[in-house]
Design a protein around this ligand. Structure first.
Ligand code: 4NP
Length: 162
């Protein structure tokens, strides 16, 4: 299973989600799931994650300092099984760029994960916020990652209608 976490800049939310999900999958020994991330925007392509995202992940024991931002590519729509989006605007952007031959399915990350009780399912953009916003993002992406792993372990697979 190939999963692509997607946000806008690929320097805050999706790298944190990638780090949290990798850690949870690793802990659970689920090695058949591959995780990557990308952004719909290209402003930060090639850059490391935002230093606040790196610091927040590090506080939770996850090193994302080696990640580099990249923009979502048409090939991602066939290379990955799921494109898992940060918020509804992001979901709409990803759907709008969908090539005719796309095979990947597109969903909100939290909804796909089956995570309950985390607001409206959006991961709020922390870019113009402070440390609290980054901590909140971590709590949301880690709750979603944990929910996804529980579903995978139960053999259900995170469900988004299937
Ligand atoms: P992200 O946050 O989508 O969580 O990576 C953002 C990063 C950069 C920008 C916006 C959001 N930006 O406008 O450059």
């Amino acid at each position: 299973m190939h999963l692509l976490l997607v946000c806008l800049g690929n320097i805050c939310r999706s790298p944190m989600a990638e780090g949290a999900l990798r850690m949870r999958l690793d802990e659970a020994g689920l090695r058949h799931v591959a995780v990557d991330s990308a952004g719909t925007g290209d402003w930060h392509a090639g850059d490391p994650s935002d230093r606040r995202a790196i610091a927040t992940a590090a506080r939770h024991g996850v090193d994302i300092s080696g990640l580099r931002a990249r923009q979502l590519q048409p090939a991602d729509y066939t290379r990955f099984d799921w494109l898992l989006c940060a918020d509804l605007q992001n979901l709409r952007d990803v759907q709008a760029r969908r090539p005719a031959a796309a095979s990947a399915r597109i969903e909100l990350f939290t909804r796909w994960a089956g995570a309950e009780a985390i607001g409206d399912g959006a991961i709020p953009d922390p870019y113009t916020g402070g440390q609290d916003e980054f901590e909140h993002v971590w709590s949301v992406v880690d709750a979603a990652a944990a929910a996804a792993v529980r579903s995978l372990q139960a053999g259900r697979g995170p469900t988004a209608g299937d």
